[in-house]
Ligand binder design. Structure first.
Ligand SMILES: *[C@@H]1O[C@H](CO)[C@@H](O)[C@H](O)[C@H]1NC(C)=O
Ligand SMILES: *[C@@H]1O[C@H](CO)[C@@H](O)[C@H](O)[C@H]1NC(C)=O
Length: 379
């Protein structure tokens, strides 16, 4: 089939050339005896162009030559359509950036972390080539990588589940600097995560890259972190995490903190809303895309005395509502799963003294007149 196309193409170009040569035979009647293939034909066209550079209809030769080059390129390219069309040139950079942010957010909420690295061209084995695989933005490229990995996990790739799954994506989104590579989305695989940067690419690359870790691999750097800091407008409260009492809750809290950090913003649902003098301060910890909900059992046995400063899930549940104990209390047994300890309680003591909402009956729960938001970091 390809031979046939070459043949037809070659034949029609030769006919075109011969008629041109015939028209000009008064000055040149060299027949292209040295033309044996498309490449030598192109070379000949260039020679003629140089010879007749001072005549205006030389443009015909350039056009023929350009068409020829395009036809050759098209024949040599695999005929796969791109998964998504390249971004419309009319969309402004701002509009594209906004769409990208929404995309990353949607992926995070759905559980896919993209681990975006700007000015970075990550070095790994390509599994899908960017020249024929363009996406509208980096978030779509990350999504494509996640989808590729999901296909691999279903056993759908030629080389088995682990060998060729995408875990690294590389996208070119800087229209001015990417040139012909604008919109290219490369899906790559490396056995050793995280991958390293392409040598010499650091800091100057129009590419943006990221990693899609299988499972919870991306949480590995957080495993040794045991300090959760709650950042209030009023100041910081430091909570020591207690994996020995609530291992699963600590994993979920690390995931929450890592996700919030990855988005570079604040915690969407972290707030303190209830205070009971000489008893507790209560709040909720959560963020769109990260929901701390851990099974109450099995977990290690809890402390016999719930000490002042111990942070536990409220209502005998597994999150996301928590309280911090203001006094040592005994008699709760294993009712509350505790996951942290605050050593410096000064700020919580100050929060208990803040204005409260009016109560209809004295034994109702006490709510803060103004809820206090907080952000979180993990160190
Ligand atoms: C893929 O990798 C996982 C984790 O390293 C491993 O448990 C699993 O056995 C591997 N599967 C195959 C088919 O090699
Ligand atoms: C939390 O972080 C967000 C985003 O940086 C910020 O706008 C907000 O004021 C912060 N909230 C607190 C209580 O520090």
């Amino acid at each position: 089939m390809r031979l046939l196309i070459y043949g037809v193409l070659f034949g029609s170009i030769l006919v075109l050339l011969l008629s041109l040569v015939h028209l000009r035979s008064s000055c040149h009647n060299v027949l292209p005896s040295q033309v044996t293939d498309l490449h030598s034909l192109q070379t000949l066209l260039h020679e003629w162009e140089i010879q007749w550079g001072d005549t205006p209809d030389v443009a015909s030769f350039s056009r023929v030559s350009d068409q020829l080059a395009k036809a050759i390129a098209a024949l040599n390219r695999p005929q796969l359509p791109p998964i998504l069309p390249p971004p419309p040139a009319s969309a402004s950079a701002d509009v594209r950036a906004a769409a990208e942010r929404v995309g990353f957010k949607a992926l995070a909420v759905a559980g896919t972390q993209c681990h975006v690295m700007h000015d970075t061209d990550l070095w790994a084995q390509p599994v899908v080539w960017g020249g024929t695989h363009r996406t509208a933005n980096a978030a779509d490229c990350c999504a494509a990588c996640a989808a590729h990995a999901a296909t691999a996990a279903r056993g759908g790739l030629e080389h088995g589940t682990n060998s060729s799954a995408c875990n690294t994506w590389v996208f070119c989104g800087d229209e001015a600097r990417c040139g012909g590579a604008f919109g290219e989305c490369w899906l790559k695989h490396t056995d050793k995560l995280p991958p390293s940067q392409r040598p010499g690419a650091a800091g100057s690359s129009p590419w943006v890259s990221g990693v899609v870790y299988p499972g919870d691999g991306w949480l590995a750097p957080y495993e040794s972190r045991t300090t959760l800091t709650m950042h209030f407008k009023l100041g910081d409260i430091v909570v020591r995490l207690l994996p020995e009492l609530a291992p699963r809750s600590v994993v979920e809290l690390r995931r929450l903190a890592a996700l919030v950090a990855g988005e570079g913003g604040g915690c969407g649902g972290c707030r303190v809303y209830r205070v009971e003098t000489a008893f507790l301060v209560q709040g909720v910890i959560g963020h769109p895309g990260a929901y701390v909900a851990t099974p109450r059992h099995p977990n290690p046995p809890q402390k016999r005395v719930m000490e002042r400063g111990l942070v536990c899930w409220a209502g005998g549940a597994g999150g996301p509502d928590w309280f911090v104990n203001l006094i040592d209390q005994a008699g709760f047994g294993d009712d509350h799963l505790c996951w942290g300890k605050v050593d410096d309680m000064a700020l919580f003591d100050a929060i208990v003294a803040r204005p409260i909402k009016p109560k209809a009956k004295p034994n109702e729960m006490t709510f803060l007149a103004e809820e206090l938001r907080f952000n979180i970091t993990l160190s």
